[in-house]
Design a protein around this ligand. Structure first.
Ligand code: FES
Length: 105
């Protein structure tokens, strides 16, 4: 298995529409994961970084949530509009360029 610099675990958990916790899938995380993967391919970064689906990351109230490893940081409220900044941050090794960096997990 190739060694990657970072992994992005995108929560794609989906709950029923009447569940008060909501879910990341209801906030567009399935399309978000596709867009992150598309951007990594477009920038020829798939050998350095890996994006994959995750179950609930316990940030449901502010999803879509993305866990960065090995940083142990959860990005909350991530949308497709944030993908370029996130991938910029991956390329530069500079997380401050990523919007919505929130809590260490
Ligand atoms: S549903 Fe995504 S963090 Fe809980």
């Amino acid at each position: 298995m190739p060694s990657r610099e970072r992994f992005l675990f995108v929560c794609t958990n989906r709950r029923s529409d009447d569940n008060p916790k909501g879910s990341c899938a209801a906030r567009g995380s399935e399309d978000l994961l596709k867009e992150i993967k598309r951007e990594l391919v477009a920038r020829n970064l798939v050998g350095r970084f890996r994006a994959c689906a995750s179950t609930c990351l316990d940030a449901c109230e502010s999803g879509a949530a993305v866990l960065l490893e090995p940083d142990h940081v959860v990005l909350e409220g991530v949308t497709i509009a944030d993908v370029a900044a996130i991938v910029d941050g991956l390329e530069q090794g500079e997380m401050s360029s990523m919007k919505r960096v929130s809590r260490p997990c």
